[in-house]
Design a protein around this ligand. Structure first.
Ligand code: PMP
Length: 308
């Protein structure tokens, strides 16, 4: 299972009409656990094992929108660890039930800001300290960035022969955009690194100015934040594009129905931003967008309901 993580296809969009540069998509929804987070689950657990931080049967605890939890549940099963996931209420019930079916203990917290003790990250940190569990800490753990700097990034460089006009991704922990951005910089790949941020998140303004923007609410899951996570390195970001929920979900539905890419909502945010960037910059080199996860975890969500 662990070897099946990564090595995902990079495919051109064929049917969604576009102007300018070609748009290629990195199919992270095809990882065995259904998301890009499988990569960091392997990287974080392997790193902790190397450091001797995990005794047999140890308990891991993580604050997660769901995908990191599902990746960790898979890795925990392989190695025989227990897993506790702390999730904000806003995240889909599908992710909760998937985690519970995989044997994780799921704790749901209110959608509280980082300053509130009931915020999911604070609850996870507190439980780790109280019970002596290993906080896998995706928001700060350097093994998150490393998974992308040494995995996702080099794969894209190889799949494009280093010709990438722009790379577009959302940020939840920031691991994807930071790791891929650093890989491109160190390998001399001259791609424009673009943050795709939901309207209502404070990160786009922060990426542009260093000051947090206003924070509001949005329905897309797994990306955007009201404060900048430690794993998001502003210096790798060249540009931020804001996408509202309506456009995000319209593009996600088109990816599913017109491209056969069975993705979740945040793929819509990234591809919507990529289409804009592709039109603006033109040329033959591809704009690469990340498809972070699979549609199966959003079946209960309003944006994915079929009209019967
Ligand atoms: N999309 C979804 C659905 C996610 O769950 C996440 C991770 N929270 C991301 C995108 C963003 O990835 P990263 O944490 O690497 O910034």
């Amino acid at each position: 299972m662990l070897q099946a993580v990564g090595g995902t296809p990079l495919l051109p969009l064929r049917h969604i009409e576009r102007r300018g540069a070609p748009v290629w998509v990195k199919c992270e929804h095809l990882n065995p656990g259904g998301s890009i987070k499988d990569r960091i689950a392997v990287s974080i657990v392997e790193d902790a094992r190397r450091r001797g931080q995990l005794q047999p049967g140890a308990t891991l605890v993580e604050a997660t929108a769901g995908n990191t939890g599902i990746g960790l549940a898979m890795v925990a099963a392989v190695y025989g660890y227990r897993l506790v996931c702390v999730m904000p209420e806003k995240m889909s019930v599908d992710k909760r039930t998937t985690l519970a079916s995989m044997g994780a203990r799921v704790i749901v917290t209110p959608n509280a800001p980082p300053s509130d003790p009931e915020n999911f990250q604070n609850v996870a940190r507190r439980m780790a300290a109280e019970h002596g569990w290993l906080l896998t800490d995706q928001f700060q753990n350097p093994a998150n960035i490393a998974a992308h700097e040494h995995g996702t990034g080099p794969e894209i460089v190889e799949q494009t022969q280093g010709r990438v006009a722009a790379f577009v991704a959302g940020a939840g922990t920031g691991g994807t955009i930071t790791g891929v951005g650093r890989c491109f910089r160190s390998q001399g790949v001259a791609a424009r690194v673009v943050l795709a941020d939901p309207e209502g998140s404070a990160l786009a303004h922060w990426a542009r100015t260093g000051q947090l923007g206003d924070d509001g609410s949005y329905a897309v899951e797994g990306i955007g934040a009201s404060v900048a996570p430690a794993n998001l390195d502003r210096t790798v970001i060249d540009e931020a594009v804001t996408v509202d929920d309506a456009r995000t979900f319209a593009v996600a539905r088109r990816l599913i129905r017109e491209e056969g890419l069975l993705v979740g909502g945040s793929a819509g945010t990234a591809v919507a931003a990529a289409l804009q960037v592709a039109e603006r910059i033109g040329g033959d080199d591809p704009v690469v967008a990340v498809l972070p996860d699979a549609m199966d975890r959003y079946r209960s969500q309003p944006w994915l309901q079929p009209t019967l």
